[in-house]
Write a protein that binds this ligand. Structure first.
Ligand code: FES
Length: 151
């Protein structure tokens, strides 16, 4: 091996620097990519649902009772008021989107995350929720309850 064929210290240093640089880059990508994917939510198609038939009959929800249902990819809440009227709401709290539930002891809708309350018209009446719940139309057709977007 002649002197000119031998790798010089400078070319070895360049190779080591390249190797360390690409390894560090690959490590940084592999470490931060999952974090970025976790923080940035995937683009989710808006629910195209405009109407759903609930999986229970009107007889299965008593006065002063609430039942959860799915409205497309969103949670919904059907409430039968103490006077017997059926009302449907989005069950996504308007504060930070926790799922709300019906409190029979209060006859109000409650968000457990930060103790927010809504009345039976969906109005935010206590706690941090900044606006009322979205409301849906409710139609009873025989034994079926059909919930749909407001016309
Ligand atoms: S998310 Fe419902 S009160 Fe905060």
């Amino acid at each position: 091996m002649s002197e000119s064929d031998r790798p010089t210290a400078e070319s070895r240093r360049g190779f080591v620097n390249w190797l360390l640089g690409t390894s560090a880059g690959a490590f940084a990508v592999s470490a931060f990519y999952p974090v970025v994917r976790f923080i940035v939510p995937p683009a989710e198609a808006e629910s195209a649902t405009s109407s759903v038939t609930l999986p229970f009959t009107p007889a299965e929800i008593g006065a002063n009772e609430g039942k959860q249902f799915r409205f497309g990819n969103r949670p919904g809440l059907l409430v039968r008021t103490p006077t017997g009227e059926l009302r449907a709401f989005s069950a996504e709290c308007t504060h930070l989107s926790c799922t709300v539930q019906y409190r029979t002891d209060e006859s109000r809708i409650w968000c457990a995350c930060h103790n927010g309350f809504f009345d039976l018209n969906g109005r935010n009446v206590q706690g941090p929720p900044p606006r009322p719940l979205d409301t849906y139309d409710v139609n009873v057709r025989g034994d079926q309850i059909v919930v749909s977007l407001k016309a």
